[in-house]
Design a protein around this ligand. Structure first.
Ligand code: GLC
Length: 801
């Protein structure tokens, strides 16, 4: 109580005693004597929403982040009352609410405390103390770890850190710099290997403090809006992420080409230069699927126009690039040049689509084109209009993807680098100031872009990439990590950001390979491409200020390294696409930090460098110059070194050799890794055969999946996909591979080539579906243990005898 009095003197207000309780189906309201209402909604047995109102009043309920398609429903809901507390019980957790102060304690079914209020909800509302601030503080037992929060460029485990969410254009940001471009107010807490998550769905500037201010307290607060958070129970960390992703939405499958390699620079122009670059890729046989046009393709940086001097006939150029397998992606920024002669400007003016200041005038700011106005993307009419603007670029010219940048929104030469707080927004009819709309602006721009590109690309799939994002943006767009720098430290940052974005529900992310600002050495570029091919989004980009960053600018050795790794990415496309399908289908993060992969192993809680690509490939970048290898932690279990095929036992740190052309890669035993032939771009070749690399494991079955479909379009939604499940069972003298197939898509290939790796015996007999077959009929290569079988087999026995 003393604490409360002191804090109260500092302007904090605290809820009093509960005076009434009511329940309406899944929603429970607890009202206190001083007009606080805690509303608890049971979305699922393990997903609970907590909402607090002061002055007996909730504002209209509205969120851009929550997806309408998420799973809802629970099997059990019971409320008990004693003299001192209410207890809400679901099938997964119990939530105690203290009558004295509405403090919340969440326990698992065996009574372990998962998450407990410290001071709980409190708030400030006096103008002297800064107005409306809503706060929450939770007890943080010693040993609790914290993860998540989007693009923070700091240690994966956020324990001891205090971070802020306010989308910011942070050119050449540094390690630990905060905030950056994205605002993802979601974190995962884990204590004694039990994980839970908290998503504070508040678009105002938010703060999270993980035992930084007070040792045993974690708190979060916002400079406005409601204390409104969702709690996700694990206890498995991956389940926390999938539940969060289910709530805030999953992406559709991208076109497969979007998982290829992309090449970008600020800027490739004129047309001749673009063609030189694309030709060089083909000449050097470095696979590439996408080429980007940065701002200089436009006429005076006016969005939706072309500089006809540099690009006299965009449609012809885009068509020619397409004939060579290149998809053209163009940048579109939010700033619309103030120019009476410019149709986009005129239309927006006629319809009053631009953001305004509090006292009436338009929000004016300088960006690339000079003085601009900015569409209010939080207005549904503006989004609809914006979507329509893509007709020419997509439908007529044939551009395949759109890149949204500067959408924090960035404004040049002003303090704060963005709109002033007083700018007004529609917020879909919930009129508000920029304080509330700032963090969501970029997502609403990407959403409008997605709707437009999707409309005009149909029946093909759209591809969008954004720099700024708020929770839920993954439904519409991929993202990149912004203006990084060509330094070794930034390679470390890129690795962390990609992992963190994955565990924050936004797997489809990558960094500017090689670094955006400054210029990498060939060695740094080589190490970066080795990591970049294992990020869901894979693009080289640079500011172009300090020299070129195409692979060939670094000489032959780097070209060879680049080719080797980009080729590997293209071979692994069916594996990568299956990872994406698991993400799109179930919200499973594509990259799994070691803690997410094996939270029971304490060694993983503070590791940052190693991660699992999908489910079965362990990757660990080389992050220093002149390295011949490195020490790394190999998670528990048995693994195969991908390069040497050596069989290694995990659960300890060990040295791994890695000359310039090697990045440490390990395959989980029992895995069956699918590969396509190398192609220069997606769809270049008919896939004649699926290759399966099967890594021997003794004992328990290991299941591997391969998802395939038409690689673009929406037929998969109607069941036209092919999902193969392979299970590997290894005995001392026999291997059994079983296959189960779902979906009605017929893959082009008729056969599968299987390579058995690490087999402890010599093969003497092969049976397909219980029939012994001759070695010739399966083209058996005894030296390498390779055989070719019909794709439709259901059970394969490989026997020593
Ligand atoms: C911003 C972007 C960068 C882009 C540049 C020019 O700095 O982050 O990727 O190349 O603007 O459009």
């Amino acid at each position: 109580m003393i604490i409360n009095t002191e804090l109260e003197q500092k302007g904090n207000l605290f809820p009093g005693k509960i005076v009434s309780f009511s329940q309406h189906v899944d929603t429970l309201n607890f009202t206190t004597e001083n007009g606080v209402i805690l509303q608890v909604t049971i979305l699922r047995g393990s997903v609970i929403r907590f909402r607090y109102a002061t002055d007996n009043n909730f504002e209209k309920d509205f969120s851009y982040a929550i997806s309408e398609t998420g799973a809802r429903g629970y099997s059990m809901l019971k409320v008990d009352e004693t003299d001192t507390e209410y207890t809400i019980t679901t099938s997964k957790i119990s939530i105690c609410i203290a009558k004295a102060n509405i403090h919340v304690t969440i326990r698992d079914t065996t009574g372990n405390i998962i998450c407990q209020d410290d001071w709980g909800f409190h708030w400030e509302q006096s103008y002297e103390y800064g107005g409306n601030i809503v706060k929450m503080s939770k007890s943080a037992p010693q040993g609790e770890c914290y993860y998540g929060l989007g693009d923070k460029p700091m240690h994966l485990n956020l324990k001891g850190k205090r971070v802020e969410n306010w989308a910011t254009d942070q050119y050449a940001f540094g390690k630990d710099q905060d905030p950056l471009y994205k605002s993802v107010p979601f974190y995962i807490g884990m204590y004694e290997e039990r994980a839970y998550g908290i998503f504070f769905d508040n678009t105002f500037k938010t703060f999270f403090d993980f035992c930084h201010e007070r040792r045993n307290v974690t708190s979060f607060w916002a400079q406005g809006g409601e204390m409104n958070y969702y709690f996700f129970y694990g206890p498995n960390m991956q389940d926390v992420v999938t539940r969060y992703t289910d709530l805030t939405g999953k992406p559709e499958l991208p076109p497969l080409w979007a998982l290829g390699y992309h090449q970008c620079k600020w800027s490739y122009y004129p047309e001749k230069k673009v063609k030189e670059v694309t030709h060089k890729f083909r000449e050097l046989r470095i696979p590439c699927d996408a080429i980007y046009l940065d701002i200089d393709y436009m006429d005076g940086f006016r969005c939706f126009t072309w500089n006809k001097e540099y690009f006299p006939d965009p449609k012809r150029m885009v068509t020619e690039l397409a004939e060579d397998g290149f998809k053209t992606v163009v940048i579109i920024d939010p700033g619309i040049k103030i120019d009476d002669e410019y149709s986009v400007y005129q239309e927006a003016m006629e319809n009053d689509y631009f953001c305004k200041r509090a006292d009436g005038p338009y929000m004016r700011g300088k960006v690339w084109p000079g003085e601009c106005f900015f569409p209010d993307f939080t207005n549904p009419k503006v989004r609809e209009w914006w979507a329509g603007l893509f007709k020419e670029i997509i439908d007529e010219i044939g551009v395949k993807g759109v890149w949204n940048d500067m959408n924090e929104p960035a404004v040049m030469e002003v303090p704060g680098k963005t709109f002033p707080d007083d700018v007004r927004h529609s917020y879909d009819g919930n009129y508000c100031s920029h304080r509330k709309a700032h963090n969501i602006y970029g997502t609403q721009m990407a959403r409008a872009t997605y709707e437009g590109v999707k409309r005009f690309a149909y029946p093909k799939r759209p591809f969008i990439i954004t720099r700024s994002a708020y929770s839920g943006a993954q439904r519409y767009t991929s993202s990149w990590t912004g203006d990084n720098v060509a330094t070794w430290e930034h390679l470390w940052i890129a690795n962390i950001q990609a992992q963190r974005m994955s565990m924050s529900g936004m797997s489809f992310t990558g960094s500017d390979i090689g670094g955006f600002a400054e210029h990498p050495t060939g060695e740094l570029y080589a190490r970066w491409i080795q990591l970049g091919v294992f990020h869901p989004f894979c693009r080289t980009h640079s500011s172009g200020d300090h020299g070129n960053q195409e692979p060939w600018t670094f000489g032959e050795e780097v070209v060879d390294v680049t080719r080797k790794y980009v080729e590997l990415r293209y071979q692994l496309l069916p594996y990568l696409y299956t990872m994406f399908w698991e993400y799109a289908e179930a919200g499973i993060p594509m990259l799994k930090s070691l803690v997410l992969y094996d939270q029971e192993d304490l060694q993983t809680h503070y590791r940052t460098d190693e991660f699992i690509f999908g489910n079965q490939i362990l990757v660990c970048p080389i992050q220093e110059p002149n390295a011949k290898g490195r020490r790394m932690y190999i998670p528990k279990g048995y693994w195969y070194n991908y390069w040497t095929r050596a069989y290694v036992k995990g659960g300890k740190e060990q040295w791994v050799d890695a000359d310039l052309d090697i990045i440490p890669l390990f395959i989980k035993e029992g895995a069956i890794i699918p590969k396509y032939p190398i192609q220069q771009y997606v769809g270049e070749k008919r896939i004649e055969e699926l290759k399966l690399e099967a890594y021997y494991k003794l004992g328990n079955k290991e299941v591997s999946k391969v998802y395939e479909d038409a690689q673009d379009g929406y037929d998969y939604v109607k069941g036209r996909y092919s999902l193969r499940s392979f299970s590997f069972t290894g005995k001392e003298n026999e291997v059994i591979i079983q296959q189960h197939k779902d979906g009605s898509y017929i893959t082009e290939y008729e056969t599968m080539q299987i390579e058995l790796i690490g087999l402890p015996f010599k093969i003497n007999e092969i049976e397909i579906d219980n029939v012994v077959v001759s070695f010739e009929s399966v083209g058996f290569d005894a030296k390498n243990n390779i055989l070719t079988v019909p794709k439709s087999f259901t059970e394969l026995h490989i026997i020593a005898k």
